[in-house]
Ligand binder design. Sequence first.
Ligand code: UDP
Length: 378
Amino acid sequence: MTVRKKFDYLIVGSGLFGAVFAYEARKAGKHCLVIDKRKQAGGNVYCKKVEGINVHAYGAHIFHTNNKPVWDYVNQFAEFNNYINAPLANCNGELYNLPFNMNTFYQLWKTHTPEQALKKIAEQVAGLNIKNPANFEEQALLSLGPEIYEKLIKHYTEKQWGRKATDLPLFIIKRLPLRFTFNNNYFDDKYQGVPVGGYNCIIEGLLKETEVRLNVDFMTNRGELSSMAEKVVFTGKIDAFFEYRFGELEYRGLRFEEEVLNTNNYQGNAVINYCDASVPFTRIIEHKHFEFGQQSKTVITREYPISIAKDGEPFYPVNDEVNSTRYKLYKTAALATTNVIFGGRLAEYKYYDMHQVIASAIAKANQELFREPEFHIL
Ligand code: UDP
């Protein structure tokens, strides 16, 4: 006779994927244990309070989606404000609106109409000899022309990723809209905002009735931890799970330099990007502006992209050719591993946004719990 284990699922990682899976599993009457090696839950959406301001401790998170069910889902746990992300780019001391739109074109070229701006870009692109863009640089040059590329993209990108833009996949530049209206909204999605009071309330809502153990590292005690549950849901690094048997996957890291300033408004915007190679950070976040804060002080964070070693904190998967090929080997190994479900940015080695992680966690949970996906990733 087989004895049922204490938990149905051991969920490794309490970020969005793990927390959503735990919520869905509990709703279906399953018993889960969530573990996390950090001292707090929430993965990279965790916010900490500093001077009454919700500081996005692991980088700026702005929720946006076109997926109404996902929007309704997160709204169960938090009220969202009407924050619209409209970052600025600082290039050589000049400020430009992002994403690339009629305001940016006016600032660059004093063009007044879409026709003038289109003509300007077309003239610049005509001088290029690129037919089928094969990498990030070629795609960016072809869409925006050499001037915007040189000023606002190339150097930001190369410091962000720590490699030449020619060695990066072209899908990354497609994250940024290009539009011929005076519209500074960074996202094209229908729904956007930041949860009032920060992201922690979403994680708390998702994990409210689930046992969570913090400061527990799966990798150092995986045998014993796995034996507590029928199945494991793993949201950590997939290469670490398989003990790097096919080599290391590369991740880009971030170092955060946080400062409390004795002013109520430092930069007048939540996000300002720094596009020059001579500035070592990529952006300065002023957190209070995500929630229209009226505090007397302010908190800013400079984000420095860094390379990380095996045990460093991973932020971005580097989906270049070498790593993508290596990931496929890990994926095959994952598919052959029974009783483990892999999900999230690190376990799927995918540059997911929050809404995509949530959609994918719900889909995987439904598949697992009811054998029927209800949600599809956009
Ligand atoms: N990017 C750029 N200049 C900018 C902002 C973004 O060249 O001012 C490029 C850069 O390659 C970056 C990518 O666009 O990695 C995606 O930007 P996004 O803001 O989506 O990055 P995230 O917020 O995920 O760090």
